[in-house]
Design a protein around this ligand. Structure first.
Ligand code: KIV
Length: 271
């Protein structure tokens, strides 16, 4: 049986089952009702209301400015559009770091106000106290290691992470710590494929990759990148399935021209 075709509702347990049965997990980001409806209807397993909304929806150069209220608004919109997939919401920068009480309060707000199914946060051992507290309150937590965009000012670049042995060992230790703290899954971003393979093999929980190679239990992409809405972002790991930027430009130019030359609306398009 393939969970993809059979299941009515994807849960965190479904993802665990998929790992155990070698069925890859498909995950994309979503930030609004209309797109969530299309992606869920297409059969995506997981939608992430990512703080990448700060970049692709709001036009910021980093994920830092987005607030918990913004994330809740996006998550509420996504939840109205889905029937089947699991929805995970990013805790934004400043809503959890270094304060487990605040981390729990932020998670509870997300769950209460959006109806989403889980939260995601960035970081390793430093966040384990918060993760354990959130999980014990009944909220599933996804971890995020490797390139962690909320720490961009600490690292200064978006380059591949954990290429050196020491950083790779630290990442593996952090991955185990997240699993021990109770995470149901983790995301690994922009790391060597061999390291991704090692983590996916060592961990019992599903490991989802973005730029972490082919051996992951699942893959995630930012929806705007996958559909070609973003034009200037072309990392090696990205596969574009559409060129929506160009398609939408052409459609808009066609519309402008029809309005200007009076061919829209025609006689059948009026009352
Ligand atoms: O916010 C986001 O889109 C993410 C993905 C890159 C995993 O965290």
């Amino acid at each position: 049986m393939s969970v993809h075709s059979e299941i009515k509702r994807v849960t965190t347990h479904t993802l665990q089952w998929m790992k155990q049965n070698n069925e890859k997990i498909s995950m994309l980001t979503a930030y609004d009702y209309s797109m969530a409806r299309i992606l869920d209807g297409a059969g995506i397993d997981v939608l992430l209301v990512g703080d990448s909304a700060s970049n692709v929806m709001a036009g910021n150069s980093t994920t830092l400015p987005i607030t918990l209220d913004h994330m809740i608004y996006h998550a509420q919109s996504v939840m109205r559009g889905i029937e089947r997939c699991l929805v995970i919401v990013d805790l934004p920068f400043g809503s959890y770091q270094g304060n487990s009480k605040k981390a729990l309060e932020s998670s509870i707000r997300v769950m209460k106000e959006t109806g989403a199914h889980a939260i995601k946060l960035e970081g390793g051992k430093d966040e384990c106290e918060s993760i354990a507290r959130i999980v014990s309150a009944g909220v599933p937590v996804m971890g995020h290691l490797g390139l962690t965009p909320q720490s961009i000012n600490k690292f200064g670049t978006y380059s591949v992470r954990a290429k050196e042995v020491e950083e790779a060992e630290t990442l593996v230790e952090n991955a185990h710590a997240l699993q021990e703290a109770g995470c149901f899954s983790i995301v690994l971003e922009k790391i060597p494929a061999s390291l991704g393979k090692r983590v996916a093999e060592e961990l019992k929980i599903p490991v989802i990759g973005i730029g972490a190679g082919m051996h992951m239990d699942g893959q995630v992409l930012v929806m705007h990148d996958m559909l070609g809405i973003t034009k200037d972002f072309s990392p090696k790991f990205l596969r574009r399935y559409l060129d929506l930027y160009d398609e939408m430009t052409k459609a808009t130019q066609h519309y402008i021209s029809d309005v200007k030359n009076g061919s829209f609306p025609n006689e059948t398009e009026q009352y």
